[in-house]
Write a protein that binds this ligand. Structure first.
Ligand SMILES: [Zn+2]
Ligand SMILES: [Zn+2]
Length: 438
């Protein structure tokens, strides 16, 4: 997953802007300095020596993830935060300061430090006030802001006076915006989504889509339009005069995340929020506390529980469902299943066949996002066959079948299921929990 490979995959997927990740790692930082050039303030692309015209359209942003493990209020806290830097010079200063405080940055792309989230935020803002800080995958139990195992009950509890410098949270794979809309303190903050990819094919499994803020600027759009680091930050801060704004986010079906429901993987116990209420939070097999999933944790912290009636279901020109809050105060989202996974189902779970087909479609037809979100069913059928068009319609209309993840076990989301063809529900349908393989 080097910068060339990231650019290549981003280009196939239709991602115009991707984060470098890991700039705190000295060797990776050297790669970044060697292979990227700044094309707009705070925005980078591959240097010309590696020029392939299409890859120049993929822009990079300097971002890193840091794991803070510390004690606060007598409890051990573990939390992951994203740090976006406006320039290489600022990265260098932060690296120096972390090393001066004894952080071992060579150990991992996502280093573990003993500095609290609050102190880390203060440190980076003191170095440069344009550094942007986002708590990530905020609902996962073990390493996040709201995590049930070692997080906090609020941004205020975690960041204190610096809470005002938290403008956004990242949803992670286990939660979608609806879950986050139920939290009072997130009302004025942006909900963003990133892929958290550890391999190139997983880039874009979640994403944030920015568009020109047409209220103030002529919409230019397109992958070649110029934007700066500051434009992105202002958009996330929801500055009314910003050049860009968030259009929507692209999400996993949250049931696919590893911590959606509650349970114990090794005890083969998986509870829905309703079952937790009825049966309690203790494992019936080992008698220890269950790993409480994201959905339960949201219910615990929510000001009000949103139901289907509190939502507005819209769609884009190609029929992909966009979900809004009823008052349309928040940015909407679309839930997708990666194209490769749809192709796996169509090709009887053969990764070789699915990958060949993925390569063919993304080189001859369109980018993955265009195939999933904008191409007409007729076009898809002509190039990719009837079954693919049918699969993409099911995803766009949210008629997929889900089997929620729990305690580190990925959930399953299936496109094709005989039941789905019989019913005409626009809502996603839940299948019965299958016996676990573990
Ligand atoms: Zn993380
Ligand atoms: Zn157990």
């Amino acid at each position: 997953m080097d910068l060339f490979e990231i650019s290549r995959w981003a280009s196939k997927k239709g991602i115009n802007l991707v984060a470098t990740g890991d700039w705190t790692h000295p060797i990776w930082f050297r790669e970044i300095k060697r292979n990227l050039k700044e094309t707009a303030p705070g925005i980078f692309s591959l240097v010309e020596t590696q020029n392939l015209a299409s890859l120049q359209n993929v822009k990079f942003l300097l971002s890193t993830e840091i794991s803070s493990i510390y004690v606060q209020g007598g409890k051990q806290r573990r939390m992951h935060n994203l740090i976006f830097s406006p320039s290489l010079e600022v990265c260098e200063k932060i690296i120096q300061e972390l090393q001066r405080r004894g952080a071992n940055l060579m150990s991992d792309g996502r280093p573990i430090i003993g500095i609290s989230s609050r102190d880390l935020l203060e440190l980076v803002l003191t170095i440069d006030k344009n550094v942007f800080f986002i708590p990530c995958h905020v609902w996962t139990p073990w390493f996040s802001l709201y995590g049930s195992k070692s997080g906090f009950d609020s941004i205020e509890e975690c960041f204190g006076k610096l809470s005002k410098d938290i403008y956004a949270v990242e949803t992670g794979l286990s939660s979608d915006p609806i879950m986050n809309w139920q939290i009072k303190e997130l009302e004025s903050r942006s909900i963003v989504s990133f892929s958290d990819a550890h391999s190139s094919p997983k880039l874009g499994r979640e994403a944030t889509v920015f568009v020109p803020n047409s209220k103030f600027h002529p919409p230019t759009g397109g992958p070649n339009s110029k934007f700066s680091y500051e434009d992105l930050v202002e958009a996330i801060k929801q500055d009314p005069n910003s050049k860009l704004k968030i259009a929507y986010t692209i999400e996993f079906f949250p049931e696919e995340g590893k911590y959606h429901w509650s349970g114990h993987r090794l005890c083969d116990v998986c509870y829905s929020p309703k079952e937790v209420k009825e049966k309690g939070k203790i494992c019936p097999v080992c008698q220890r506390p269950l790993t409480i999933g994201v959905e339960n944790r949201v219910i615990d912290l929510a000001e009000e529980i949103l139901t289907k009636d509190d939502l507005f279901f819209g769609e884009n020109n190609a029929g992909a469902a966009l979900i809004y809050d009823k008052e349309k105060k928040r940015r909407p989202f679309v839930s997708l299943i990666p194209l490769f996974e749809i192709l796996l189902e169509i090709n009887n779970n053969s990764p070789t066949k699915a990958l060949l087909e993925y390569e063919r479609l993304t080189s001859d037809f369109a980018t993955e996002f265009d195939i999933l979100l904008t191409k007409t069913y007729e076009e898809i059928e002509k190039i990719g066959g009837k079954k693919l068009a049918e699969g993409i319609r099911i995803v766009r209309e949210r008629k997929v079948f889900v089997d929620p993840g729990y305690d580190g076990v990925f959930g399953k989301v299936k496109v094709f299921n005989d039941e789905s063809q019989k019913t005409g529900h626009v809502q996603q349908k839940k299948i019965e929990k299958q016996p676990s393989l573990f």
